[in-house]
Design a binder for this molecule. Structure first.
Ligand code: 6PG
Length: 257
C-alpha cells in the first residue's frame, strides 16, 4: 500500500536518511525525475528553484547525465534559484554558475527557461528585478509562482537560502525577494534571497543535508519547538506543500537522542 501525496502532507516533514552523500544525490535525482513526470504536478510547466552551496553539486552532475539528460521534460521545465550571491555570473561565488557549468549547459533546457537572479546588479536592484521575474509566473491571488519543487540546503548555523540567524526584517513578511548581507564561511556577503512567503507556498520542498558539521543545526531545526529566529530553516513550514529532508548518516548523527 502506498500513501497519496495529500495523505503524506498531513504527516508533516518526511526525513529520509541515506548512507552517504552520493546515495543522497542519487535519490534526489530520482525524486526530481519522478515529480517532474507527474502530470498532476507538472500541469503545463514544471517550476524548480535551486539552492546554492556545495551540497546540490553532486545532484547537478547526475542530472547532467543519462538517463536524466534524455528524459526530463526540458521544454516544460523552468529553473529559478532560492538565492544568489551578488557577484557576476562568471564568478566562482555565483550559484547560477555552478548549476550552469555542472548541469544546465549539458542539457536541452531552453535558455529562456533559465531565470537567474542577476547578482551583478547589486543587492537591491537584483532583488527588485528577480521579484519582477517571479511576477511573470504569478498564480491566482499571489504575485509569485507556487514552485513545483524547491531545493534547499542547510548551513551549519541553521540558515537556509539566504535567511540567516538574527533579527528578522519586516520585509521578510511582505516581500517576495530580499537583499541580505551576511557573513558565512568565505562566501560573498551580499546576497538576494527568496523569502518564506514564496518558499512556504511551494508544492514540494527538499532539504539536502550532508556531513557531520550540519548535525547540530539539523537536530535543532527538526525540533517541533525550534526557535525560527535562531534557526531560520525552521521558518520553512509550507501551508500545503510537502517537505522532505534528504540527509546522510553523518548529518543525522544527533537525531533521535
Ligand atoms: C548559498 C545557499 C545556502 C546553502 C547553505 C548550505 O547560496 O550559499 O543557497 O543556503 O544552501 O549555505 O551550503 P553547503 O551545501 O555548501 O553546505
Amino acid at each position: 500500500m502506498t500513501l497519496a501525496t495529500d495523505e503524506l502532507k498531513k504527516l508533516g516533514p518526511q526525513v529520509l536518511v541515506f548512507d552517504d552523500a552520493l546515495s543522497l544525490a542519487r535519490a534526489a535525482a530520482e525524486y526530481v525525475a519522478a515529480l517532474s513526470a507527474e502530470p498532476a504536478i507538472r500541469r503545463q510547466r514544471f517550476t524548480l528553484a535551486l539552492s546554492g552551496g556545495s551540497t546540490p553539486q553532486q545532484l547537478f552532475r547526475i542530472l547532467a547525465q543519462p538517463p536524466y539528460s534524455l528524459t526530463l521534460p526540458w521544454n516544460d521545465m523552468h529553473v529559478f534559484w532560492v538565492d544568489e550571491r551578488c557577484v557576476p555570473p562568471e564568478d566562482e561565488g555565483s550559484n547560477y554558475k555552478h548549476a550552469r557549468d555542472l548541469w544546465l549547459s549539458h542539457v536541452p533546457l531552453p535558455r529562456s527557461h533559465i531565470h537567474r537572479i542577476k547578482g551583478e546588479l547589486g543587492p537591491p536592484a537584483a532583488a527588485e528585478e528577480y521579484a519582477a521575474q517571479l511576477r511573470e509566473f504569478a498564480e491566482i491571488e499571489q504575485d509569485w509562482p507556487a514552485f513545483d519543487l524547491v531545493l534547499l540546503g542547510l548551513g551549519e548555523d541553521g540558515h537556509t537560502a539566504s535567511l540567516f540567524p538574527g533579527p528578522v526584517p519586516i520585509a521578510e513578511l511582505t516581500e517576495t525577494t530580499l537583499a541580505v548581507t551576511a557573513r558565512y564561511q568565505d562566501r560573498p556577503a551580499n546576497r538576494v534571497t527568496l523569502t518564506p512567503i514564496v518558499l512556504n507556498s511551494a508544492r514540494n520542498l527538499i532539504f539536502l543535508v550532508s556531513g557531520e558539521a550540519k548535525a547540530e543545526a539539523l537536530a535543532a531545526v527538526l525540533r517541533d519547538d525550534a526557535d525560527p529566529v535562531r534557526w531560520p530553516a525552521a521558518r520553512i513550514r509550507p501551508r500545503r506543500g510537502l517537505v522532505t529532508w534528504m540527509i546522510d548518516r553523518a548529518a543525522a548523527s544527533l537525531l533521535n537522542r
